[in-house]
Design a protein around this ligand. Structure first.
Ligand SMILES: *[C@@H]1O[C@H](CO)[C@@H](O)[C@H](O)[C@H]1NC(C)=O
Ligand SMILES: *[C@@H]1O[C@H](CO)[C@@H](O)[C@H](O)[C@H]1NC(C)=O
Ligand SMILES: *[C@@H]1O[C@H](CO)[C@@H](O)[C@H](O)[C@H]1NC(C)=O
Ligand SMILES: *[C@@H]1O[C@H](CO)[C@@H](O)[C@H](O)[C@H]1NC(C)=O
Ligand SMILES: *[C@@H]1O[C@H](CO)[C@@H](O)[C@H](O)[C@H]1NC(C)=O
Ligand SMILES: *[C@@H]1O[C@H](CO)[C@@H](O)[C@H](O)[C@H]1NC(C)=O
Length: 221
């Protein structure tokens, strides 16, 4: 009798919510690398450096969640603290994780930590968060993987989504996700996402959620 009463259902649901909330705020990570020329092209003002870097660099490591398409963000973690990341990581991150837009690297790291890193602090502290990201960047050179597959910046040539995914999948053994930006009607390759399990150690297949439009040709410029 109790089992079917509305009170029981409400109680059960409340316990269920508590359980979900106590299991953590994220399920997996998205490790996002960006193609700086696309940042600079779609930006409404020029980038700080006149000629953007021609290599994929880190955008961020984002704790993510399948049930909620909006990633957890701005969690109640410790605020960004310079001295926890500096000095030994600083020179490395300046290469792998530069602020290609405004040129203030520290500000970029601070923004990414405060928005995303704070949501995975249960697993990665501040130093680990930046070290792990740098290691992920080092583990596969996307620029080189694409170059070896003859996918190099070109003003007019275009590719299918699968043309770009396929060499990356072959090199990493895992399915990445591609993200694009539009400049007028041109779909530009912007980001390549690798997915990692909860501990940020093992790469997993990304689920195809949002990303580049499947039907439309992709430019890489
Ligand atoms: C998904 O993220 C939301 C916050 O954005 C959180 O409330 C929820 O518990 C998360 N779900 C899981 C299964 O971790
Ligand atoms: C930043 O981290 C350092 C080293 O862990 C610590 O000594 C310092 O108190 C921290 N500063 C703030 C503002 O939290
Ligand atoms: C860069 O950003 C940091 C952190 O927000 C700030 O403290 C610093 O003043 C900025 N540097 C410049 C040159 O604007
Ligand atoms: C990655 O490959 C590109 C293109 O071959 C090269 O310019 C770059 O130096 C490589 N990066 C690293 C960290 O090896
Ligand atoms: C790209 O090709 C070069 C030359 O064949 C090879 O040495 C290198 O390991 C390849 N890199 C990747 C990331 O596949
Ligand atoms: C894809 O998303 C579902 C939830 O919708 C999740 O259970 C599954 O593990 C994900 N698959 C992979 C390969 O990450």
């Amino acid at each position: 009798m109790l089992k079917s009463s509305p009170a029981f259902l409400v109680l059960a649901f409340a316990f269920f919510l508590c359980f979900i909330m106590s299991t953590g705020s994220y399920v997996y990570f998205q490790f996002v690398q960006q193609w700086p020329p696309t940042n600079c092209r779609v930006r409404n003002k020029p980038c700080s450096k006149p000629r953007p870097l021609q290599i994929f660099t880190i955008h961020g490591l984002w704790p993510s969640n399948y049930s909620n398409p909006r990633r957890p963000s701005n969690c109640a973690g410790s605020p960004f603290n310079f001295t926890k990341v500096y000095p030994h990581m600083r020179s490395k991150l300046k290469i792998s994780w530069p602020d290609v837009e405004s040129g203030n690297d520290t500000k970029f790291w601070e923004g990414e930590w405060n928005k995303h890193g704070t949501c995975s602090e249960e697993r990665l502290n501040q130093m680990q968060y930046f070290e792990r990201s740098h290691d992920m960047w080092m583990s596969y050179n996307i620029t080189e993987i694409l170059k070896n597959a003859s996918i190099v910046p070109h003003p007019t040539q275009t590719w299918k989504y699968s043309d770009i995914v396929s060499p990356i999948k072959k090199a990493t053994g895992r399915t990445p996700l591609l993200r694009c930006k539009y400049d007028k009607s041109t779909q530009l390759l912007h980001e390549v996402v690798f997915c990692f399990e909860y501990n940020a150690l093992k790469q997993i297949d990304c689920n195809r959620t949002a990303g580049c439009g499947n039907q439309q040709a992709i430019s890489f410029q």
